[in-house]
Design a protein around this ligand. Structure first.
Ligand SMILES: Nc1ncnc2c1ncn2[C@@H]1O[C@H](COP(=O)(O)OP(=O)(O)OP(=O)(O)O)[C@@H](O)[C@H]1O
Ligand SMILES: [Mg+2]
Length: 325
């Protein structure tokens, strides 16, 4: 199997640093008191790769990004960005990265130009250079016409796009996008995806998201993280293939009680309650067995059917958590 593309339910250890990679993490961990937010993550991300970190709320995505951007110190372990250690070579790391944070850090009372010029100042860039790059980036993100408007008049999608422009103005080699489309409607999300797709291959990009479709549409590889740990790693197709042997059985029924469902879970742990019945996910199951269990317990079965698992089911199967709130 090709290196770096295998499905991985544990973590991989890289004993030595390897300069082929834009980002490498070595048992990267972060605790907050007793809470282990990031738990010994080992990752190697190639130059030019678009790598997506997918996980439910509180999985540790932002904490990981913050450590990689030198905004938060690891409790143990470390990482390198373009060969520079995030703890020992902070200045060198900061020169090659930029981030569009989850909570966008844009000055609302300024317009796009003013925000970009502030950003250029922070990076010590020449004014002419900032102007030239800003023009190109605003055009690329479809913001040129509104660039002189104060940011507080922008829609959520426009603010997200400006946040990405701000992260790109320093022309970073490695770009971190923390939930670039959070809370946007599907149309605005797709528009941002198109813009991100234009950057593919030109920069190393780490993108965190809740949206499976987003990782599916954009990422070369995806790491699914839950409770600070990598639970799966692979290309989007490999992740989908990894559960192709799982079946979802849909039972439409009345008179289902909590006790009956709990009893069923002893045999099939992944029983999900839906509006008009239950869905059971398993590698192997028998319709007859389920029906024979339910009927004598007073459950009225209206229909049974089988459906193919969706990507949401993949995620739910791996993490036992719903992806969206
Ligand atoms: N400064 C902090 N102090 C204490 N706990 C924190 C702090 N920052 C994060 N945590 C905790 O660490 C865990 C991981 O949080 P993190 O923000 O990394 O999750 P996330 O995957 O980015 O979630 P979301 O999808 O909601 O953005 C959570 O349980 C969170 O409450
Ligand atoms: Mg987050």
């Amino acid at each position: 199997m090709k290196k770096g593309t295998e499905i991985n339910r544990g973590t991989r250890s890289y004993a030595t640093k390897d300069n082929r990679f834009a980002i490498q993490t070595f048992s990267l961990s972060r605790k907050f008191g007793d809470l282990v937010a990031v738990n010994s993550i080992d990752l190697s991300i190639e130059e030019g790769e678009l790598f997506s970190v997918l996980g439910p709320n509180g999985a540790g995505k932002t904490t990981t990004i913050k450590m990689l951007c030198c905004l938060l110190r690891p409790s143990s372990g470390t990482a390198t960005i373009m060969g520079h250690d995030i703890q020992k070579d902070t200045i060198a790391v900061k020169k090659v990265i930029d981030v569009s944070p989850q909570e966008t850090a844009i000055a609302e009372h300024l317009n796009a130009w003013e925000n970009l010029s502030l950003m250029g100042g922070i990076y010590g860039l020449e004014k002419e250079e900032v102007k030239k790059r800003s023009e190109e980036l605003l055009e690329m993100m479809g913001l040129t016409k509104r660039a002189k408007d104060k940011v507080r008049k922008y829609s959520g999608g426009m603010k997200r796009r400006l946040s990405i422009v701000m992260a790109l103005v320093s022309d970073p080699q490695v770009l971190f996008l923390d939930e670039p489309t959070l809370g946007l409607d599907p149309q605005s999300r797709r528009s941002i995806w198109e813009h991100i797709a234009e950057l593919k291959g030109k920069k190393t990009i780490v993108l965190t998201t809740h949206y499976l479709e987003e990782a599916d549409a954009l990422a070369d590889r995806v790491a699914i993280i839950d409770e600070g740990k990598i639970v799966a790693l692979g290309t989007p197709q490999e992740l989908k293939d990894s559960i192709s042997d799982i079946q979802v059985m849909v039972v439409k029924a009345k008179n289902l009680t909590i006790d009956v469902i709990e009893g069923l879970r002893e045999k099939y742990p992944e029983v999900k309650e839906v509006e008009d019945g239950i869905e059971i996910k398993a590698k192997e199951f028998s319709f007859d067995e389920v029906v024979d269990y339910l009927r004598p317990r007073g459950v009225v079965i209206e229909s049974t059917s089988r459906k193919q698992p969706t990507l949401d089911d993949v995620f739910l199967h791996l993490t036992r958590k719903e992806l969206r709130e």
